[in-house]
Design a binder for this molecule. Structure first.
Ligand SMILES: Cc1cc2nc3c(=O)[nH]c(=O)nc-3n(C[C@H](O)[C@H](O)[C@H](O)COP(=O)(O)OP(=O)(O)OC[C@H]3O[C@@H](n4cnc5c(N)ncnc54)[C@H](O)[C@@H]3O)c2cc1C
Length: 483
């Protein structure tokens, strides 16, 4: 029996790690990705300002996968009827047969055929894009930077550009151009308004109801006839399916199954959840869908299409979209929404850092997780602080992480949040207090570490710790195993 996981982003890596632990040893698992590293894409915009973060947000796949065969290859086609993926490698082309597969290829940037936009704009999907954006703005101090698209990535890119401009005294003019009547369309108005206020406070201009029609080598042309000159043009205007599926994002039902043997997970598909709601393309939904897909593949491997001993096809789990909230960075600030509550400032910043670190921790990249928290929150580096104290703190982060289910991001975020706060304690001048570390392991400890840093931060962390624990999945485990 052979299971293929095609793509190793949020969805693919999560599916693969869960299958490694849940499938019998005699089932072969192959993970195929065109890169040999996992990219924490929701932090990609940070690399524009802080190139060193590139090492922190890329995780070598062979460090975080235990028994899968990792293949570096470009997938050019997936035949779900035949159960075959076509691969292009450095040595030529080949076919990979599978019994079950998860297609987790993510999405690509959509340029919608807008004249000149693909030719002149820089998208942001890969590390080299972040590098190209940085080079472009550094080469044009005093210049104009246009960001096409005011969704999750456009907002965060604009915030980074404004912060980079400040840090390097570039005097950039940053403008976000969004065709909807507000930025962050699709999110609650209170969230969108707060993001807008945070961007504007950093000098970013926002043009809403402004549709990009075309671009040439120095001007973006809007549908209303306006022309915006630019030195840097970033395009974050939308996504389309991967080339391997013909650019389509197929509609996928809540059990994520397409055909008998194949599942589509994450941005690669347009998932409709068990309530019939369209699920947004996002890291958090990809991670949660991955748990459902892994559970379903395991059931099919165990029972087969024709069913187990009782002869019935196994009842597959379904995905229910249930977002705990949203967090975006805006330069050195952040905006978070938890339920109806919208926060900015320190709680939102802490939540953003913890979510990224929580994901890294959940895939076993503990060192990178603590590096990310430290960088995001501006905590001291090894050069600035007492090394033994830092090592001690790091070892506790690692120990706490292993206390959690390493394949379950939700479970790890609270300990990591607490561990992050314990870092603060550890770095307080002159002492390392071990008490917070021991308290961290206990979620229910009444006087947990969050209380050390004031009510506001504690609220932010606590809310996010709690919400991160919600899986958004409806397990139908018939064997009592938690999925
Ligand atoms: C700048 C930015 C900021 C964002 N911020 C947020 C945020 O704050 N919150 C949030 O929830 N989401 C955010 N997102 C969106 C989020 O990153 C995506 O929704 C998420 O990455 C989707 O996960 P995935 O596993 O489906 O795909 P991906 O993470 O894109 O993974 C796809 C994988 O497939 C591989 N692959 C693709 N094509 C091929 C091929 N043909 N052959 C072989 N391998 C292939 C890729 O190398 C990659 O490893 C952001 C995105 C960007 C770009």
């Amino acid at each position: 029996m052979h299971v293929a996981v095609l793509g190793a982003g949020y969805a693919g890596l999560t599916v693969a790690r869960r299958l490694e632990r849940r499938l019998p040893d005699d089932v072969d698992i192959t993970v195929v990705d065109e890169s040999d590293t996992h990219l924490v894409q929701h932090e990609l915009h940070r690399v524009i300002r802080r190139p060193a973060l590139r090492e922190v947000i890329t995780v070598p796949l062979d460090e975080v996968l235990a028994r899968s065969e990792v293949r570096k290859a470009r997938i050019t086609d997936v035949d779900t009827d035949a159960g075959v993926a076509a691969l292009a490698t450095d040595d030529g082309t080949e076919e990979l047969d599978y019994d079950y597969a998860a297609v987790c290829l993510g999405a690509e940037t959509a340029f919608y055929g807008l004249s000149g936009v693909e030719e002149h704009a820089i998208p942001l999907k890969r590390l080299e894009h972040a590098g190209a954006i940085r080079e472009s703005v550094l080469a044009a101090p005093g210049g104009e930077a246009i960001v096409g698209g005011g969704g999750l990535s456009g907002i965060q890119v604009a915030g980074e550009l404004a912060a980079l401009s400040d840090a390097e005294s570039l005097d950039l003019d940053v403008t976000v151009v969004e065709m909807a009547d507000r930025i962050a369309p699709g999110f609650d108005a209170a969230f969108a308004d707060t993001v807008r206020a945070e961007l504007e406070a950093r000098g970013v201009h926002i043009e809403t109801g402004a549709t990009v029609e075309s671009a040439d080598d120095d001007t973006v042309h809007l549908a209303d006839g306006r022309e915006l000159g630019y030195d840097t043009f970033v395009w974050a205007g939308g996504i389309q399916g991967p080339a391997a599926t013909g650019g389509d994002r197929p509609e996928v039902r809540a059990n994520l199954r397409v055909g008998d043997t194949t599942f589509v997970v994450g941005d690669a598909g347009r998932v409709v959840d068990e309530a019939g709601e369209a699920v947004p393309a996002a890291a958090q939904t990809a991670l949660r869908e991955a748990k459902v897909a892994a559970a379903n593949i395991r059931k099919l491997v165990r029972d087969g299409d024709e069913g187990g001993e009782d002869g019935f096809e196994p009842r597959l789990d379904t995905y229910r979209y249930d977002s705990p909230g949203w967090v975006v960075s805006v330069g050195d600030g952040a905006v978070a929404q938890v339920g109806p509550v919208v926060m900015s400032g320190e709680p939102a910043k802490a939540a953003k850092a913890v979510i990224g670190a929580g994901h890294l921790g959940s895939v076993g990249a503990i060192g990178r997780a603590s590096d990310l928290v430290r960088t995001e929150l501006g905590w001291p580096s090894a050069d600035d602080i007492d090394l033994p104290a830092q090592l001690l703190a790091l070892s506790h982060v690692g120990r706490l992480a292993t206390l959690s289910d390493p394949a379950s991001p939700g479970d790890i975020q609270y300990p990591l949040a607490g561990a992050g706060l314990a870092f603060t304690d550890a770095f307080a001048p002159g002492s390392v207090d071990l008490t917070p570390f021991t308290r961290l392991a206990d979620r229910n400890f009444p006087d947990g570490p969050a209380s050390h840093v004031g009510d506001a931060l504690s609220t932010g962390i606590g809310l996010f710790g709690a919400m991160a624990s919600g899986s958004g999945t409806r397990p139908e485990s018939d064997d009592g195993e938690e999925e």
